[in-house]
Design a protein around this ligand. Structure first.
Ligand code: ADP
Ligand code: ZN
Ligand code: ZN
Length: 748
């Protein structure tokens, strides 16, 4: 550890203009406490306002006139950020945009030390017989009732919780003290960590791995023991036993004295999942989730830091758990959107995990049934090592998938939202007293225009992205701002059944009730799950078979096991297929595979009906066949042709303002500056837009976007840095805000 007389400090204000360090002097008394990563209080500005900051570097040399350097006021008792995490914060800021302050807050999930709960207990200090004698002695005297209660309880239990003694047994503190003085009892205090997992009986529930699983485990462990550190991708269908593989590898890595981070999407972080790990690893494993209090989070990071934990399981933010001996990071369901931060810095957990692994000498394992195009592409290029598990571990048959062509239904005069096949199968399940899930994949839904007769979808001639309808009766591309009038007839077949596509879960539920009046239905979407616990209550009711049909958005397809569900209906696969962004096909494939995985998980075989106007679309055909490789091969062609990620990189700029004109003006100026920079430096980058965002206004804040496409990420960072400076130092943008998103995952 190096000590310095001066510290470079980042001031804790998220304001772009303060995105630099300030030097402060370290008073003698703080020399040992002020280390890199410490949270400090310093005087700031003309008024010497007291403000928080983080030490990010130390030196013995003043950078200015010594008389101008102010001293640190105090060093807080907060957890110190590890120096490699500070480096990681820099890297995140550089690669994903935002200020260093934003990045530091990202890597340090717990800001302040939270008082650790103290557990006090009272113990008996004399032998049993002696205690009994005393008990009878007190009993025979007057005014000794409290002593009798206390001794009686201690004779029964040996150890008594202090708070229980006071509150439940109503024993005065003075009584406890007096017995302690006589040497009969003793109050002992122990710091306890708040373990969010309640004690459970631990049984070693190890399965015997099948040869495919064993091969992966052997390979990875062998390399690990040889000191090889790299990134692995396990492509394994749902239920193929990936989690068992993780557990086996984890157990070997921790046996080598290392620690492990396991990321799981929050929605899949269910009690059952955690229990599996708890059963295997006992209280050396802990979890983090968004429902935990600051105190609980603080304890977990302290336990991690002190080496009292081997494994932490959690969502994206668990990636920054301050392990001192990190050896492995596993990211399950690595394709999930939730691994991309929605707030600045908009980092992707996979990239950051690989960087942290590099800084700490760890390996990374990514796992998915439907890997992201990015990861699979890297695996094919040999950047990641690929393993495949293509059979379910337990002999469960894959579901039978039907594709219902909604164009045909219209021709046959069926105008309802249920195809004949879906109606027939729902009726069948209701008779058999089995359960049905109806799924409306509305994510990213942006009002695309399609023909109900032939399935034709209106697309942007420049971007090959579905155009979306606007209030003003025009249709527009949210990438390049191309627009045209709303067509009256289908440009492909001339039919007049062309319109913005849309239906909601509530509407679907109503139609279910009309069509199947005797079925009991439940609905799960953002409306019905708003109340706390709403989500769990609906799932519980459905799992107890208190309803026959569950209607819902993608919320219902993730990770829940309902053994009695033997039919899954996808109302309109087109909703996510034409969501107006370049990942629409990939997301549809993932959602359909996941939805199909919900049907027939247990003894009963399952069926799936996918309703669509484009039954020939490769995302739908390959999902129906459960054929990831075919999907990948076709999707990567599209990405190559259009130069979309992972073939090239896209930097999205979101420009927001309360004043519509300002946002417009700023987006045009920034677009021009970008084009200039690109031209001046002879870069092969393309500037697309500006265009209004798909969501043009949120909370009265106007949103415009710009895209810059380039196949060199490092050069794209250069463009970002230039634009960041341009935005920061120009007077035009005082009423605007600029955010960056590299290779965006969500619609804007
Ligand atoms: P995934 O993580 O790929 O979805 P899991 O590891 O959760 O798969 O396995 C699915 C189910 O199969 C679990 O109930 C698991 O206990 C069981 N399983 C996995 N591997 C085996 C095996 N080798 N033998 C028996 N059961 C297994
Ligand atoms: Zn048509
Ligand atoms: Zn376009």
């Amino acid at each position: 550890m190096s000590y310095g007389n001066y510290a470079d400090i980042i001031i804790d204000i998220s304001h772009e203009n303060l995105d630099k360090t300030y030097q402060y002097a370290i008073p003698e008394e703080f020399i040992t406490k002020a280390v890199i990563g410490s949270l400090v209080v310093v005087p700031f500005g003309k008024g010497n306002r007291q403000i928080n900051g983080y030490i990010i570097d130390l030196s013995s040399e003043p950078k200015l006139d010594v008389n101008l350097i102010k001293p640190i006021i105090r060093v807080e008792d907060a957890p110190v950020i590890e120096s490699h995490l500070i480096y990681l914060a820099y890297w995140i800021k550089e690669h994903f945009g935002g200020t260093i302050n934003d990045a530091l807050k990202t890597v340090m999930p717990v800001k302040k030390a939270v008082k650790i709960k103290e557990q006090r207990s009272i113990r008996l200090m004399v032998e049993n017989q002696k205690a009994k004698d005393l008990f009878y002695e007190f009993q025979s005297k007057k005014n000794q009732a409290a002593r009798v209660r206390l001794l009686g309880a201690l004779l029964e239990k040996k150890v008594l919780d202090y708070d229980d003694a006071i509150h439940k047994l109503k024993i005065p503190r003075s009584t406890i003290l007096s017995l302690e003085k006589k040497g009969i009892t003793k109050t002992v205090s122990k710091q306890v960590y708040r373990n969010p997992i309640q004690e459970q009986e631990i049984s070693s529930s190890k399965v015997i791995l099948n040869p495919d699983q064993q091969q992966i485990v052997d390979d990875i462990i062998e390399e690990y023991k040889k000191g090889i550190r790299t990134t692995y991708l396990i492509h394994g269908v749902t239920g193929s036993g990936k989690t068992e593989v993780y557990m086996e590898i984890i157990s070997s890595v921790i046996a080598q004295g290392k620690q492990v981070i396991l990321l799981i999407p929050e929605i899949a972080l269910t009690y059952q999942t955690v229990l599996r790990f708890y059963r295997r690893f006992g209280d050396r494993v802990s979890i983090l989730n968004s429902k935990m209090s600051q105190g609980e989070r603080y304890d977990q990071s302290l336990r991690a830091k002190n080496g009292d934990l081997d494994i932490i399981i959690g969502p994206r933010s668990a990636l920054f758990t301050p392990f001192m001996n990190l050896g492995l990071i596993i990211i399950d369901e690595e394709h999930e959107n939730s691994y991309k931060s929605e707030t600045t810095p908009k980092y992707h957990a996979v990239d950051v995990a690989i960087k942290r692994a590099e800084l700490t000498g760890s390996s990374v394992i990514l796992g998915s049934a439907t890997p992201s195009l990015e990861s699979y592409n890297k695996a094919k290029k040999g950047i990641y090592q690929l393993y495949t598990l293509n059979k379910r571990a337990k002999e469960a048959l894959p579901p039978k998938v039907w594709i219902a062509d909604l164009r045909e239904e219209l021709k046959n005069k069926n105008k309802s939202i249920f195809s004949m096949k879906l109606k027939e199968l729902i009726t069948d399940r209701l008779e058999k007293k089995e359960q049905v899930m109806l799924f409306l994949n509305r994510r990213g839904y942006a009002g695309f225009i399609s023909c109900r007769s032939c399935g034709h979808v209106i697309k942007c001639p420049h971007c090959d992205i579905s155009l979306t309808s606007h209030n003003n009766g025009r249709v527009i591309c949210h990438y390049c701002a191309y627009e045209e009038g709303m067509p009256k007839r289908c440009p492909s077949c001339g039919s007049k059944y062309i319109a913005a596509f849309g239906t909601g879960t509530q509407k679907v539920e109503e139609l279910v009730k009309k069509e199947f009046p005797h079925a009991r239905t439940l609905r799960m979407d953002t409306d019905t799950t708003k109340q706390k616990g709403g989500h769990e209550a609906i799932l519980k009711a459905f799992s107890e078979h208190r309803a026959d049909i569950l209607v819902g958005t993608q919320m219902i397809v993730k990770g829940h096991d309902f053994p009695k569900v033997t039919l899954v209906g996808i109302i309109a696969a087109d909703l996510s297929l034409h969501a107006g962004d370049f990942r629409a096909g990939e997301r549809t494939f993932q959602l359909l595979c996941q939805a199909a995985g919900r049907a027939g998980r247990d003894a009963l075989p399952g069926e799936v009906v996918i309703q669509t106007y484009q039954p020939e679309h490769y995302s739908i055909v390959t999902a129906a066949e459960g054929d990831y490789i075919s999907f990948y091969n076709q999707e990567i062609l599209y990405r190559t042709m259009m130069q979309y990620p992972p073939v090239a990189h896209i930097l999205l700029l979101l420009i927001t303002s309360k004043v519509e004109k300002e946002a417009e003006k700023a987006s045009v100026l920034i677009g021009k500056a970008a084009s200039h920079f690109v031209e001046e430096h002879g870069l092969k980058a393309t500037v697309i837009g500006p265009a209004p965002a798909a969501v043009t206004k949120i909370n009265d804040i106007y949103r415009r976007i710009l895209y810059i496409k380039h196949n060199n990420y490092e050069e794209l960072i250069g463009i970002k840095n230039y634009l960041e400076g341009y935005y920061k130092f120009s007077e035009y943008f005082s009423k605007c805000h600029l955010q960056f998103d590299f290779n965006p995952m969500s619609g804007y």
